[in-house]
Ligand binder design. Structure first.
Ligand SMILES: *Cc1c(COP(=O)(O)O)cnc(C)c1O
Length: 466
């Protein structure tokens, strides 16, 4: 491509992004399309001859990219949303354009140094000692796999490993346990209490029982913010217990981890610094585009112990001590430069801005909780934790069947109304609406309008069901 055509294409892409950002607040929070329709539009065979690049770009901007959840919409409260900063987005563009492969120091020393810097920031936020180490990953799923590989190897590679986590833990952890060779029936889901925190007595009982039966516990996984309710397991108590039993403690902080940059987050996640490893996602509560996760390990040598495997064709890449090859710390050789986006956005806005953006999620969730608790139409179903609250329409006087039906209708109608996007969860069998508030552009008015709509639709659904 000529410089002029490169510029035209890039400018067209930039304009499309800026236009999207400008219209986001007035756009629907979600859009999607059926496969049949998309298949007809987007064809299948690779064309033999090309066509003008801007025409291809225009088609993608109109016919592909809009059919997606707008996870960065100010009223997208479903699942765990994300709202990337523009410098973070531009960092991914630069990294692709400079064709960075952040695998080894020899291949990319600049971004390896930035990864060391960002890993050290994470170390400080967690409160880990200088001996800690880590790497940036594609997300919480990869971090979980890498943590459990390290745990299993640290345990001496037992033949009959077991892993423990609460019944509220994320599916990524269950999958990670299976990937590292724990049989499905040996992934122990320990029950949680009314507060959705792991039952410590049951954890102890199951570990004892397994040991008595000749099984070998290799890891306990704690939640620092479950995806359903934001519940935080008793981290310090779990760390004490795991230390006394010689079992690796991994904390899944994929969702809640970045609350650590605030005083409140630091307080509620106390004990996290005692864990052997922590996974946290910058593409959730640290405003980065996908993919940006991290795994931190208290004793950094565990990662290289587990993952470093020399090879003849990479013999030139050993730069020497103090020049780590991040490929030796995890499962990817070729890796994007994830540190670049974190570093560029923090340097652009400063930590004060990041801290207040994270705090905003905490504050809005608390305010939403007050709304729910003071509304005669709504019932709170879980203690507000971090930035998640679970609730349902329930003015009293209706049976469980009618309530579930009405709340399912409310969810569907919020969805089709397009004002906002909520998702639901099941709390010990009770159908629950759920808000997860993470977006730094969300205002109280956005939250209030959404809750007002839930109340109004709830009244209608219950009246219609009578
Ligand atoms: C999102 C999430 C995961 C999975 O992380 P990915 O980045 O999606 O791979 C794991 N645990 C929790 C608590 C999460 O919220």
């Amino acid at each position: 491509m000529t410089p002029e055509s490169m510029r035209r294409l890039a400018n067209a892409a930039t304009e499309a992004l800026i236009e999207r950002a400008g219209r986001l607040n007035d756009a629907k929070a979600w859009d999607g399309e059926f496969r049949e329709v998309l298949k007809d539009r987007l064809g299948s065979l690779p064309p033999e001859d090309g066509r003008p690049a801007e025409e291809v770009l225009t088609q993608v901007v109109r016919e592909v990219l809009p059919f997606a959840a707008r996870l960065d919409h100010p009223r997208f409260f479903g699942f765990v949303p994300s709202s990337p900063t523009w410098p973070g987005v531009v960092a991914d563009y630069l990294s692709a354009g400079f064709n960075i492969n952040s695998c080894t120091w020899l291949v990319s020393s600049g971004t390896s140094q930035l990864e060391l810097v960002v890993v050290d920031w994470l170390r400080g936020w967690i409160g880990y000692p200088d001996t800690a180490g880590g790497l940036l990953t594609s997300g919480g799923s990869a971090a979980s796999v890498e943590a459990l590989v390290a745990a299993r190897i640290a345990a001496g590679h037992p033949d009959r490993p077991t892993v423990y986590m609460s019944d509220q833990s994320h599916s990524a952890l269950k999958r990670a346990a299976v990937i590292v060779g724990v049989r499905r029936e040996n992934v122990r889901l320990v029950s949680s209490g009314d507060d959705f925190r792991i039952d410590m007595a049951e954890l102890r009982r199951r570990v004892d029982e397994d040991r008595a039966n000749g099984l070998q516990p290799v890891a306990v996984c704690a939640n620092a913010g479950t995806t359903s309710t934001g519940a935080i397991d008793p981290l310090a108590a779990m760390a004490d217990y795991c230390a006394s039993e010689g079992i690796w403690l991994h904390v899944d902080a994929a969702y809640g981890g970045f609350s650590l940059v605030t005083g409140e987050g630091k307080e509620v996640l106390k004990g996290i610094e005692l864990a052997d490893s922590v996974g946290m996602d910058a593409h959730k509560w640290f405003f980065q585009p996908y993919e940006a996760g991290a795994l931190m390990v208290k004793d950094g040598t565990h990662l290289e112990g587990a993952f470093a495997i020399g090879s003849d064709y990479l013999q030139d890449t050993v730069w020497g001590t103090n020049h780590p090859n991040f490929a030796d710390r995890g499962l990817q050789l070729s890796r994007t430069a994830r540190a670049l986006k974190v570093w560029m956005s923090v340097h652009t806005f400063g930590m004060a801005a990041f801290r207040s953006a994270v705090r905003k999620g905490l504050d809005l969730a608390r305010r939403a909780d007050q709304y729910v608790k003071s509304s005669p139409m709504l019932e709170s179903l879980s203690p507000v934790s971090l930035s998640i609250l679970c609730f349902r329409v329930n003015p009293g006087g209706h049976d469980e069947g009618a309530l579930e039906k009405a709340n399912r209708q409310v969810l569907a109608r919020v969805f089709w109304d397009e004002l906002a996007f909520l998702s639901s969860t099941s709390l010990k069998g009770v159908f629950s609406l759920r808000l997860c508030i993470l977006n730094h552009t969300t205002t109280w008015e956005d939250v209030e309008r959404t809750l007002d709509l839930v109340v109004q639709l709830g009244e209608e659904a219950l009246a219609a069901g009578e």
